[in-house]
Design a protein. Sequence first.
Length: 247
Amino acid sequence: MTEKNKQVRWVLVTGSSRGIGQAIAQNLAAAGYGIVVHYVHSESSAQQTVAAVESHGAPCRLLKFDVSNRDQTREVLEKDIEENGCYYGVVCNAGIAVDGIFPMLDGNAWDSVIHTNLDSFYNVLHPLTLPLIKTRKPARIITIASVSGLIGNRGQVNYSAAKAGIIGATKALAIELASRKITVNCIAPGLIETDMTDKAPVEEMIKAIPAGRVGKPEEVAAAVKFLLSDDAAYITRQVISVNGGLC
């Protein structure tokens, strides 16, 4: 590990090749963090994130793995921290949605959403927890859930189940790590303008949002940046909703 790596606070952002994850990576880079960009499918999109991060003068490196693949995820993460040292922060953002009303929801739609969204909590964080503890330094873990995990959503029984599971797991892990000065918090976005909402009936959905508009990825990223900061050292086991007052 180089002297430069020792001086930088590195943050792993899963699913940072697009959408909310990309906005988080750029926002943190502007704040001076080193960013570990993660992707699984689109290398070109991931490289765009890398370019955006580096445009802020922030150090960056790129990892490719499937968060639903436990062995692959562990292998890549263990190799990365062995070569570069442990992260200061981890943002578990990677996720997918496969919507459909429950009677018509097939097993593959259930499994893929649960494996990618919920199992990834274990797959990503389990290899990193002991290394974080062993640094004997403050650290930050932030998970990205959803308003669907708080109130449920029609056509998203699988997604709501996964995101609710993330909220419960986050709160439990926060208790275990609090004495180690490792905070564990969750952000639950509402309707955010990303490619995942391109086909959604946005105009109809806005009627239920007190703020009367769709949120921006940068607004979620701002909440992440605060929870990573030294000012948030006494905030743990919390769910921060970024949803325009939806719930």
